[in-house]
Design a protein around this ligand. Structure first.
Ligand SMILES: [Zn+2]
Length: 199
């Protein structure tokens, strides 16, 4: 890492590894993210921390509810997972609740949303079981925050897609339980890129 915050490859090392990987993956998929164009800082209602506005492909960061840098990185990561899903597949965000449910499961699973609590709860419960329960609960809450549907409908949608969406770890290739996992996932992603570039 250089003193200007760049490593030997010229990457900005001040960025969180989760964010770095997702930005690279977006670029690789043909959806390069531009800070000015794709991010918007706003005051939000309630305790919402962020959102992805699919109609304009913009990530909203709630400046009044984001508490610190670690929280900011988690919110950006969560929303970038939605942006990545939006980029790679035709997601029917507004009329198909199962599509939304799938992306919420992935965002909760891959963003580290469930990692902090994991550290505390894995002493009491099985690590794997707790992580899955946390992902499921958070996905349901996220859906209820943006859709005017009953809890039962949201639960049903999440349960229907859970198995396949929980096991879809793209672009991380694994569940990045902490920054070390995320850094390894980023390195693998860069190597995957280089491997194909050399063929
Ligand atoms: Zn979300």
């Amino acid at each position: 890492m250089g003193s200007d915050g760049r490593d030997t490859r010229g990457n900005d090392t001040s960025l969180d590894p989760y964010v770095k990987l997702l930005l690279d993956a977006m670029k690789y998929s043909g959806c390069a993210v531009n800070k000015e164009r794709h991010f918007s800082c706003e005051d939000c209602n309630g305790n919402v921390s962020g959102g992805f506005d699919a109609s304009v492909s913009q990530i909203v960061l709630c400046q009044n509810n984001i508490r610190n840098q670690a929280h900011m990185s988690r919110v950006v990561t969560h929303e970038l997972v939605h942006a990545f899903d939006h980029c790679r597949a035709h997601v029917d965000w507004f009329t198909n609740v199962r599509h939304l449910a799938c992306s919420e499961v992935r965002a909760a699973n891959l963003s580290g949303d469930c990692s902090l609590v994991n550290e505390i709860f894995r002493l009491h419960f099985g690590f794997k079981q707790h992580h899955q329960t946390c992902v499921r609960d958070r996905a349901i809450l996220s859906i209820l925050a943006v859709r005017n549907i009953s809890k039962e409908v949201a639960q049903k949608a999440v349960d229907e897609v859970f198995e396949s969406c929980f096991n879809d770890h793209e672009p991380f290739g694994r569940i990045p339980h902490n920054k070390t996992y995320a850094r390894h996932a980023h390195r693998d992603f860069q190597n995957r890129d280089r491997y194909y570039a050399n063929i």
